[in-house]
Design a protein around this ligand. Sequence first.
Ligand SMILES: [Zn+2]
Length: 221
Amino acid sequence: MGLVFSDFEMLAYGSGLGSVGPVAQDDDGSVWKCALLFGKGDFEQLVHWGHRSYNAKSNICSSCDSDRDRTPWTDLRLTAAWRATTSCTHAQYLNRIDKQHPISKSTFFNKFFFRYDLMHCFDHHGISAVVAGSVLMKLVRDEHRLGDNQQARLDNINVQMKLFQDVQRPSSRMPTIRLADLIVNKWWEPGGTIIKAASTRKLIPFISHLTHLYFDNEGNE
Ligand SMILES: [Zn+2]
């Protein structure tokens, strides 16, 4: 693998293949014969390239300094502390590279190189889970228009969800949600054996619908 990347470096410097012409030129006159603009992969691949790991104990992101407790990535408010850390210098960014890999050791590597795998950012271990779990649990605990107790409120939500999905006909339906399927993992999220990535993703339009029905008149929930 290292050889492949050293070949890329040679191509970029123009020292490898004499027949390759320049593809770009910088303002200072530097000529580029190869430009590897970005690398896109699922999260596992990004971690192989040196990105902080989503399984890390503390900081989990190289694009910002979000973590699991002091600067939680699950804080999605405009005032979330991690937002201020998304802007950083090249040197700060390199400090967020955990493990050495030929691609991150390249002199051309920079903070724009990684392209994120949005499907996994948004799925059942990502932002969709936090949003869905937080909205559902808030309604189950507090929304008396839905019923007199938590089970009655969740039953009501399940009836609405079924009707919504009957109309929307998503390719993957969320089955009836039980109280036991709303779990707390520092934050609320749907979890357990019946919760799948695709059905969580397809649940988001219904979650959005619920927020308009029940939160719109309550200011910033
Ligand atoms: Zn981040």
